[in-house]
Design a protein around this ligand. Structure first.
Ligand code: HEM
Length: 463
């Protein structure tokens, strides 16, 4: 067995950096704008020109904010104009009674039994990705983030609208979303912080146009589905389930425009996050051949040569540990933002009303007081006490409390299944000298992509 490798971690800024430089770094990438001491801090205070924020990195404080008193710490009302153009009043950005109503209507679509029903669509997307990689059959490295984005978008479209990504409308949304990301160099956490209104507008006019085009496409899909539902010919997928669920409190369903908001967040949150984690998982395995071989053997043993079944996922224990460890090291949503609604006292420090509270899975998951050798890739830790103790308090890739990710169960099946299918089909190898640099956009991505060599896996893996 090779020793646990240390995967890439972005450089931190020097402790003494001018205020202006800090702001410039922050706008470019939030990781490199932070000092190294944040990884060891329990709480840190930041004052910039535009906002006053506190990063909390202590499990009991995070518990207070996300689980004990979430209503005292709503999501900040400020998001960049182009994100608002894309998401409208989606469940991801609302608060209070609006948010509660939205969750009452969305949550039933993700209950345990429904997950089983989405499984075939996930398998079909995995098979299509494997065929796509096989056709490209090149000895040259492949940019794997691009591939996992395609795959995760395919999963979302198949589960939400019963459409493969090759379908004209689904593909149009996917392509337009890529244009949105390209025209949105500032699509990072700064989008969620209260910077002056003029700032995002100047930079993001093209992103705003792109967002409106995406919404127009999603509106057309949603309207078509509403017609199918009224005729009784709609497929039984997530879109139909969400559109036909009545809020038990008010007896109402989503209006058409509200539904477009929800579809937009499902597409964004549901594919960007899984794509990011899948790409990092493949990179971690490519850099650690022994662990990859162990995972591939498990995939071959459990899946055999046939089509994966839902019951197989439970038996892919080691691959699940690889997935958890990837979500620890590269949590796709690296930081979450909340706002105080009244004066608070944290760690004996007075916090005024309206301050930003930053909860950072990125820092929490690498805290040396909580994790043994926190920067090491070590899936084995998930079978040790350390991880079992931390699983519900210091590992929050899906957040926690009432605002926990609606797709958490979905993503835990999707990630494990797709990794197993890909590892059964291919061997992944890192390219010497090409080390990806993590940057925080809306999700954690690699600055210049992740390039891996891929070849069909021989039958020599053994079982
Ligand atoms: C590895 C995959 C995923 C990760 C790591 C992830 C992570 C997260 C996190 C951390 C949040 C909370 C953000 C915050 O409070 O600021 C969130 C919210 C959300 N996620 Fe996910 N997510 C993933 C996959 C998915 C999928 C597959 C879907 C849907 C199919 C989804 C739908 C949502 C929605 C709708 C919310 C908003 C929930 C609310 O605010 O009440 N996510 N996700």
């Amino acid at each position: 067995m090779s020793p646990c490798p240390i995967p890439p971690k972005p450089a931190s800024r020097p402790e003494k950096t001018s205020r202006l430089r800090q702001i410039l770094l922050f706008r470019r990438d939030i990781f490199t704008s932070q000092p190294e001491r944040l990884y060891r801090a329990k709480m840190a205070e930041f004052k910039t020109l535009f906002f006053h924020s506190y990063l909390i990195n202590q499990p009991d404080l995070i518990h207070t904010v996300l689980k004990e008193r979430p209503e005292d710490f709503p999501k900040s009302g400020v998001i960049s104009s182009s994100l608002k153009d894309l998401l409208g009043n989606a469940v991801f950005v609302t608060n209070g009674a609006t948010w509660k109503r939205q969750r009452r209507m969305i949550d039933p679509a993700f209950e345990g039994g429904r997950l089983r029903e989405t499984f075939d669509a996930m398998v079909a997307a995995g098979e299509t990705a494997i065929a796509r990689i096989n056709i490209s059959n090149t000895p040259e490295p492949i940019e794997i983030e691009e591939e996992t984005s395609h795959l995760a978008a395919d999963v979302i479209f198949r589960t939400l609208f019963s459409l493969p990504i090759t379908h004209r409308d689904a593909n149009a949304v996917f392509q337009e979303f890529r244009a949105y990301q390209r025209s949105q160099p500032l699509l990072n956490l700064a989008s969620f912080l209260p910077v002056p209104g003029w700032m995002p507008r100047i930079f993001n006019r093209e992103a705003g146009r792109s967002a409106r085009r995406i919404r127009a496409l999603l509106s057309a899909l949603t309207e078509a589905r509403a017609i199918e539902i009224s005729r009784g010919s709609a497929p039984d997928d997530l879109a139909t389930k969400i559109m036909t669920t009545r809020d038990p409190a008010s007896g109402t369903c989503f209006e058409a425009a509200e539904m477009v908001d929800q579809v937009a967040i499902f597409f964004l949150a549901g594919h960007e996050t899984s794509a990011s984690a899948l790409a990092w998982a493949l990179y971690l395995l490519a850099s650690d051949p022994d662990t990859q071989l162990r995972a591939a053997r498990e995939a071959q043993r459990v899946l055999g040569t046939g089509r994966p079944r839902f019951s197989d996922v439970r038996r892919l224990g080691f691959i699940r540990d690889v997935w958890r460890e990837t979500l620890r090291l590269y949590p796709p949503v690296p930081m979450m933002l909340r706002e105080t609604t009244r004066p608070e006292r944290f760690r004996n420090r007075a916090i005024r009303r309206g301050a930003q509270i930053v909860i950072s899975p990125w820092h929490l998951h690498r805290h040396p007081d909580l994790w043994h050798r926190p920067d090491h890739f070590d899936p084995g830790r998930w079978q040790r006490d350390e991880a079992r103790e931390n699983a519900s308090t210091a590992w929050i890739p899906f957040s926690t409390g009432p605002r926990v990710c609606t797709g958490a169960g979905f993503a835990m099946v999707e990630g494990v299944l797709l990794l197993a299918m890909l590892l059964r089909a291919f061997e992944f190898r890192a390219v010497p000298g090409q080390v990806p640099v993590p940057v925080a956009h809306l999700t954690v991505r690699a600055r210049d992509g992740i390039h891996l060599k891929i070849r069909p896996r021989g039958a020599d893996t053994g079982t």
